[in-house]
Design a protein around this ligand. Sequence first.
Ligand SMILES: NC(=O)c1ccc[n+]([C@@H]2O[C@H](COP(=O)([O-])OP(=O)(O)OC[C@H]3O[C@@H](n4cnc5c(N)ncnc54)[C@H](OP(=O)(O)O)[C@@H]3O)[C@@H](O)[C@H]2O)c1
Length: 278
Amino acid sequence: MAQQVALVTGASSGIGAQTARALHDAGFVVYGAARRVERMNELARTGVRTLSMDVTDEASLRGGVDRVLAESGRIDVLVNNAGYGSYGAVEDVPLAEARAQFDVNVFGAAALIRLVLPGMRERRSGTIVNISSMGGRIYTPMGAWYHATKYALEALSDSLRLEVAPFGIRVVIIEPGAIRTEWGQIAADNLRSVSGDGAYHDVAERTATMLAGSSRPDASMVSDPSVIARTVVRAAKARRPRTRYAVGAGAKPLILTRKVLPDRVFDRLITRVVASRG
Ligand SMILES: NC(=O)c1ccc[n+]([C@@H]2O[C@H](COP(=O)([O-])OP(=O)(O)OC[C@H]3O[C@@H](n4cnc5c(N)ncnc54)[C@H](OP(=O)(O)O)[C@@H]3O)[C@@H](O)[C@H]2O)c1
């Protein structure tokens, strides 16, 4: 059987870098895509093929997909992983930034899905893996726009799964918990710059401390990105993958807690968790 071909976005860091490497180790031909191509030099040395791609730029997405198809003839697995956390109070976050958050976390993924589906439908096979978050099932203060994008990605994935199943195409949602990557520090920096000084200062600072903590090398109660990478490989190789994989620190218990608790009780729980930080 021909080697399976995978395209992974956000491969210059964290979960994407580890996923690209793990898929390569599992025998896939892997293309890793990101804006910072130089950050993927080490991956390239291991045999991962690297692509310059900005998921908010349709021409760059089309160029990347065309290159994979020209070189390898097909895309069997698409891993939509590129993303960041735009944190800040709803009152403070400029709508242009909220739109930018949706452009990367939702429309970037959707644009790539649209580009790979014709080939997958033709071959009547393929797997689309969308990296959501436990934040696609639960919510925190200061995270409204990030959660909005991940809730949206979950809904998009659920509808898509029904649409493409008749063509033999699988759609998988991954819901990472707290993972030790640059994500937490980037989200904390965004939060402090947007809400650090105003009416929401206290909760913003506590939330930022919590977010930044997950990026520290000595952070406890966070998981290594390899946990997510292994899950993606398992899903990509499965004949009948699960629809959702909640993995990494906190993901399963928090999602379950949200499921069973009434809104007000969950509100109090999250408020208490944030208040205990900082
Ligand atoms: N870390 C966590 O605790 C956690 C938890 C749940 C879910 N997640 C999700 O996991 C995914 C990966 O995050 P991570 O933790 O690995 O964070 P990370 O280390 O900050 O990596 C984010 C990746 O996304 C890429 N990216 C951002 N904007 C992009 C754009 N416009 N075009 C192309 N690539 C872009 C970055 O590459 P360039 O900047 O080089 O383009 C980078 O490779 C995200 O979707 C995140 O929301 C993370």
